[in-house]
Design a protein around this ligand. Sequence first.
Ligand SMILES: [Cu+2]
Length: 248
Amino acid sequence: MWQYLASVVGYLAHQVSAHGGCVNYTVGDTWYPGYDPYGPAYQDTAPWMVQRKWITNNPIFEADNISLSCNFPGNPAQTSIPINAGDNITAVYYNWVHTVGPMVAWMADCRGDCRTFDSSKGDWFKIGEKGLLYGTILEGMWFQHEFGVWGGAPSLWTENIPKDLEPGNYLIRHEIISLHSANKPQWYPECAHLEVKGSGTKFPGKEFMAKIPGVYSMNQPEINIDIYSLEVANKTTYKVPGPPVWSG
Ligand SMILES: [Cu+2]
C-alpha cells in the first residue's frame, strides 16, 4: 500500500502538467502499483514493479516514435501481474483532463520472459477499445471524457483478458489517444507485464496483429484529424484505427 500512496502523492505533485498516464492496476481486490514517472530511482529495481518505466507525463506526438509501444524509456519491469484468462484488469489513472479520442488496450506475447522482450518488436493485438459513446465527434461523449474523474477519485478503465487465451507471459498496453489539438494527435501509452494463467488454447491470428509503432500513421483520417472542422465535427461515428478487437 505504501507504494501506491507514493505513486498518488508523486502524481498529485505533478498534475499541473495537464497530462497523465496509467499509475496503478487492479485485478479483483489486489492493487499493483505502477511506475511513478516523478518518483524515486529505487523503482527501477523494485522487485514488486509490474509496469515498464516511463519518466514523463508528456504525450508522444509521432506515430512512428520508437517509444510508442511502451513509452520512454520503457525499461522492463521486474515482475508480473498474475491473472487468469477471463478475468478483468482495471487500469487506474488520476485527474485525466482530455476528453476526445479513443482508448485501446493491447496485448503482446513476450515469447518467453517479458524482462528481455523488445516491445517494439511485439505482435500486438487488441483486447478492448473505447471510443465515441454517443453524439458527435466534437460535442458528444467519448469514453475518454466519461472516464475522467475529478476530486481525487481514480479514473478506472476495465478490460477483460479473453478467456480462451493461451497461458503465458504477455505485455498489456493501455493507450489513450487524445485528439483535441487539430492534426496533432497525442499518445499516452503505458505497459505492464502479465502472467496469464488458465487452460485456454487460442491465440489471435495475423488479421488481429499490428506492430507498434506501425499501426498508426498521419495518413489515417482518424489520426490526422481536425475535430473542429466542418467535415468532422458533426459526425456521429468514429472508427478506432487498427485491427479488430480479439475477444477469443
Ligand atoms: Cu495532456
